[in-house]
Ligand binder design. Structure first.
Ligand code: FAD
Length: 406
C-alpha cells in the first residue's frame, strides 16, 4: 500500500534534503544522487526506487520547494531526457531487481545518458519489421545489424535495443528487448548531420556485439510489448516538451520576435494578418499546454494512453506554424545567413530571439518525423480512439523470414 504523506510532510522532507545537500553548494550529480536516496527524485515511483508511491502531482511540490531555495537547480541543462522520460519507466516495469538498483539512481543523477535503438534503414514507421539479429550463445546474445537516427548514441552509456531473436515467428512475436552497454566491443557509432548543422543523431553498427542474457528486459520474444511501453512514454516526453507556464517557452520567443518587428517592412494589412497568426498560435500553445498536463498525469499514473499521440501530433504541427510565423515576421532577414553559411551551423553563442527563430525554424522540420510520424499518430488515433477500421496488415501472421522484402 502507498504510504500516506501529505504536501506539508513532503515539503518538510525536501527542506531536510536541502540542509544535507544544496544545488548551489554541491555539484549537480551529488545533489541528484541525494534527492534519489531521499525518495524525492520521482515521488510517484515506489519506495526504494527514488520515490514514495505518491500521486504524480506531488512531484510539483518537491520541485516548488527546491525552486524556492535555489535559482540554479532547474536552470541546469539537465542531461538525459531519453533516460528519464523513457528509460526509467521501462526499467521500472520490466527490469529485474539488480538492474533497477544499479541503473535507476544513475539515470536520475544524470551520470548515464541513454539512447533508443529502434529505427533501421528499412524499418522506421514499421519498427516491428526490423532486421538487426540477436542470436543466443550460452549466457549471452550476439548482435549483428544496423540502427539509424539514434539520438545521442555518441554520448550514451546505455542503449534500449530492439532486435530480432526469432525470424520464424511473425514480425511482432520474434523480437526481444535488450539494454546494451554502448562501450561493448563491436559497437560503432557514426554521426549524421541535420539541416541545423548539428550531429545530434547517428548510425550505429553492431559487429558480433555480446550482450549478457541478464540484460534482456521482459521475456524473450516479448520485446514488442516493452517497445510499446517505451514509445508511449516517448510521445509524452517529446510532446510534453512545451511550456509549463501560460505564455512561456516557444510562444514567448515568438512574442519577442513580434515585439522587435521592423514595421517599416510591412504594410498595414500584412501586419494585421501576422498579428492574427500570432494570436491564434498563442491560443494553440495554451491548448497544447493544458492537454500536455493531462497526458503527463496519465503517464505518471502508469497509464500512458492515446493522449500522448494527440499531444505529439498537435505539438509537431503547432511548432512548425509557430516558427514559420516567426520567420515571416522577420521578413527577408529570417532566411538570410551570413556569407559562408552552409546550412550546417548550430545556433552557437548567439541566443537572440532572431537567431533562435532561425534555428528553430530548421529544427522544427523534424518534429513531425521524430518519435513517430504525424501520419502514424493519425493512424493510432483513428484506430484506437475513434474505433475506425485498421490498416490492412498482410504480414501480421506471416513468419518474418517469409515476408517479401526488396
Ligand atoms: C530528429 C530525429 C531523431 C530521431 N531519433 C531516433 C532515436 O533516437 N531512436 C530511434 O530509434 N529512431 C529515431 N528517429 C527515427 C524516427 O523514429 C523515424 O524516422 C520515424 O519513425 C519514421 O520512420 P522512417 O524514417 O523509416 O520513415 P518511413 O517509415 O519510411 O515513412 C516515410 C513516410 O511514409 C509515411 N508512412 C509510413 N507508413 C505509413 C502508414 N502505415 N500509413 C501512413 N503513412 C505512412 C510516414 O509517415 C512518412 O511520411 C529519429 C528521427 C528524427 C527525425
Amino acid at each position: 500500500m502507498s504510504p500516506v504523506m501529505d504536501e506539508n510532510e513532503l515539503r518538510e522532507r525536501t527542506r531536510a534534503l536541502l540542509e544535507v545537500v544544496h544545488p548551489e553548494r554541491d555539484d549537480i550529480v551529488t545533489f541528484r544522487r541525494a534527492q534519489y536516496e531521499h525518495g524525492l527524485a520521482w515521488v510517484h515511483f515506489p519506495e526504494g526506487y527514488g520515490g514514495f508511491g505518491l500521486s504524480p502531482k506531488m512531484n510539483y511540490v518537491v520541485r516548488d520547494e527546491v525552486l524556492k531555495h535555489s535559482k540554479t537547480y532547474y536552470a541546469d541543462p539537465f542531461a538525459s531526457v531519453i533516460a528519464i522520460g523513457m528509460g526509467a519507466p521501462v526499467l521500472l516495469t520490466y527490469g529485474d531487481e539488480a538492474t533497477k538498483r544499479e541503473l535507476l539512481p544513475r539515470i536520475f543523477s544524470g551520470e548515464d545518458i541513454w539512447c533508443q535503438m529502434f529505427s533501421e534503414p528499412s524499418a522506421g514507421s514499421d519498427v516491428a519489421g526490423l532486421s538487426t539479429r540477436a542470436v543466443r550463445d550460452g549466457d549471452s546474445w550476439v548482435v549483428n545489424g544496423q540502427k539509424v537516427w539514434t539520438t545521442v548514441a555518441h554520448l550514451a552509456k546505455w542503449g534500449m535495443l530492439l532486435a530480432r531473436t526469432d525470424p520464424d515467428k511473425p514480425k511482432h512475436d520474434g523480437l526481444s528487448y535488450f539494454l546494451l552497454d554502448m562501450e561493448s566491443p563491436g559497437v560503432e557509432v557514426r554521426p549524421l548531420y541535420q539541416i541545423t548543422g548539428e550531429a545530434e543523431f547517428n548510425e550505429v553498427f553492431f559487429n558480433d556485439v555480446r550482450i549478457p542474457h541478464a540484460r534482456m528486459l521482459g521475456q524473450e520474444g516479448q520485446g514488442w510489448r516493452v517497445a510499446i511501453t517505451t514509445l508511449m512514454n516517448e510521445r509524452v516526453a517529446i510532446g510534453g516538451g512545451g511550456s509549463k507556464q501560460k505564455g512561456g517557452g516557444a510562444i514567448s520567443q515568438l512574442l519577442k520576435v513580434w515585439q522587435d518587428r521592423d514595421a517599416s517592412t510591412m504594410s498595414a494589412s500584412q501586419e494585421a494578418l501576422l498579428r492574427d497568426r500570432v494570436a491564434r498560435i498563442y491560443i494553440e500553445q495554451e491548448l497544447l499546454r493544458l492537454t500536455t498536463k493531462r497526458a503527463a498525469a496519465a503517464q505518471k499514473a502508469g497509464n500512458p494512453g492515446p493522449e500522448g499521440s494527440v499531444v505529439k501530433l498537435f505539438q509537431a504541427d503547432s511548432a512548425k506554424r509557430l516558427w514559420e510565423t516567426a520567420i515571416d515576421v522577420l521578413g527577408s532577414r529570417g532566411l538570410s545567413f551570413e556569407a559562408g553559411y552552409e546550412l550546417r551551423q548550430t545556433v552557437g553563442g548567439d541566443s537572440s530571439p532572431e537567431a533562435l527563430a532561425k534555428y528553430q525554424f530548421l529544427r522544427s522540420r523534424a518534429n513531425s518525423i521524430e518519435g513517430g510520424t504525424s501520419e502514424i499518430m493519425k493512424n493510432i488515433l483513428g484506430e484506437r480512439v475513434l474505433g475506425l477500421p485498421g490498416e490492412p496488415r498482410v504480414d501480421k501472421d506471416v513468419a518474418w523470414k517469409d515476408v517479401p522484402r526488396s
